[in-house]
Ligand binder design. Structure first.
Ligand code: ATP
Length: 461
């Protein structure tokens, strides 16, 4: 029998709380000794995934193996994992030694061995000679080190870390990141790290798992994920980018901002709708507009410590972000150049909204859990299931949720150079995607309106 090289194997894991799906068909294999980071916005299911691994929750579907063994019936304390939480959860009445020794004492480990293991753990986290200190007298960073020592003293095969640095200030966080990397190297065990901080993920990880709304979007090395994001969500979430609607004219030729650009991508077909992403550091900004690929006017220029960040408005109404070591004056006419290899083309996940609906009568359809008026549909019976399409730009959002036919909450905002592409989650848990020039904020509650002639009803055949 070939022994798996993977320490963690998640196969088709789903988890629901009531009728809410929090993890949806997640599969992931983690190599022994890897530093893997689960990265995603708040609420995407990162902690839930970690809790399933630790055994604090049970998956609704799928299988978890750790060290080749199925974990379904293994309680948390018998799993070869230990967890470090965001809030250190130390025992306030115990000193440093007793906090770290707690688990070992519980398991009846011999006194001498406890002493040497606690000392070794303290050395690993850089806190030799702290064993008699009261934990309340320690700084946040030191308390987190004790929490890590308490986890590694059990010699787990896998260390699960749930945003362990989130409560620390920026300077301490940066220092601890380096220390964690060093600890990972010296311990040689697998680290599964959860964070919503992109920079932290890029700095620490061998591989990053980007999640959104309970699903894995992309798995790859930090460089893969940064340079080759698989969709606009990943491109936007990892670092700053210009993401624009585009059309792949043919292989190696893409059209956006009403111009054609050479690129290096192939295999998207002809005249296919795509997204392009261009990192702000990949756009060259020059004073001569005559030799440029496109032109614009500098609207803002801010020094960011190493580079300047500029926003340039093009004559066609696009806003482009550029990072350069040299500043350009606000109001100055400038030219821009992009290399074909720096234009990254991504397949669009969808080109319009598609919903399942049911005809109520010839001019009303039920979708998104509500009754919408539509233009009269011929040849479709009441009660018949239909497919409904609505263009992103034909959904109207209202401030007052009561004014809409349906109600939703803004869950994700993607700026596309000349418009916002919003993901709105309805109260029934379905997504509707909206293109708008209006500025909304994350988690705004909105009414959803669609004019009847923009609802395209299609029989399901
Ligand atoms: P954060 O970074 O904010 O901690 P996260 O990505 O870790 O977010 P989770 O904590 O896994 O997200 O939560 C995912 C979703 O599941 C959230 O909408 C949360 O409210 C929901 N959820 C988590 N635990 C429970 C529970 N026990 N009962 C009901 N819903 C839950």
């Amino acid at each position: 029998m070939v022994k798996s090289n993977y320490i963690i194997e998640l196969t088709n894991i789903s988890k629901s709380f009531g009728d809410k799906t929090v993890l949806d068909d997640v599969s992931l294999s983690v190599k022994k000794g890897e530093f893997i980071t689960i990265l995603g916005p708040s609420g995407c299911g990162k902690t839930t995934l970690l809790r399933l691994l630790a055994g604090f929750n049970t998956a609704s579907e799928g299988e978890i193996r750790i060290g080749g063994e199925v974990m379904t019936n293994i309680p948390p304390h018998k799993r070869p994992v230990n967890t470090v939480f965001q809030r250190y959860a130390l025992f306030p009445n115990y000193n440093v030694f007793d906090n770290i020794a707690f688990g070992l004492k519980l398991r009846g480990v011999e006194r001498k061995q406890i002493e040497s293991r606690v000392k070794r753990a303290l050395k690993t986290v850089g806190m030799t000679d702290y064993e008699h200190r009261d934990v309340n007298s320690l700084s946040g960073g030191q308390q987190q080190r004790v929490a890590i020592a308490r986890a590694i003293v059990n010699q787990p095969q896998v260390l699960l870390l749930d945003e362990p640095l989130a409560a620390l200030d920026l300077k301490m966080r940066k220092d601890m990141q380096m220390e964690l990397k060093e600890m990972h190297r010296s311990l040689g065990i697998t680290f599964l790290y959860v964070t919503h901080d992109q920079e932290e993920a890029l700095t620490l990880s061998d591989r990053i798992v980007v999640m959104s709304e309970g699903r894995i979007q992309q798995i790859g090395t930090p460089t893969d994920i940064y340079n080759e994001p698989c969709n606009s969500f990943v491109a936007d979430f990892i670092g700053e980018s210009n993401i624009l609607n585009a059309t792949m004219v043919r292989d190696r030729l893409v059209r956006f901002m009403d111009k054609e650009f050479e690129c290096v991508d192939e295999g998207f077909g002809e005249n296919a709708p795509v997204d392009v992403v261009i990192r702000p550091e990949d756009i060259y900004i020059i004073s001569q507009t005559s030799s440029a690929m496109f032109t614009g006017t500098v609207r803002s220029c801010t020094f960011k410590g190493v580079h300047y960040e500029m926003f340039v408005d093009t004559p066609d109404g696009y806003e482009i972000m550029i990072q350069d070591y040299n500043p350009f004056e606000v109001g100055q006419q400038v030219g821009m150049i992009v290399k074909p290899s720096d234009i990254h083309v991504m397949r669009k996940e969808r080109v319009c909204n598609t919903f399942e609906g049911e005809m109520i009568d010839s001019s009303h359809v039920e979708m998104l859990g509500e009754k919408f008026e539509c233009a009269t549909v011929q040849g479709v019976q009441a009660g018949e299931k239909v497919s409904v399409e609505v263009d992103f730009g034909h959904v109207e959002l209202t401030d007052d949720a009561e004014d809409g036919t349906a109600v939703g909450t803004i869950r994700f905002i993607l700026y596309k150079g000349d418009r916002y592409h919003l993901t709105v989650r309805t109260d029934g848990g379905e997504n509707i995607y909206v293109d708008t020039h209006d500025v909304w904020e994350d988690l705004d509650e909105v009414g959803i309106k669609i004019s009847p002639d923009h609802i395209r009803v299609k029989p399901l055949k």
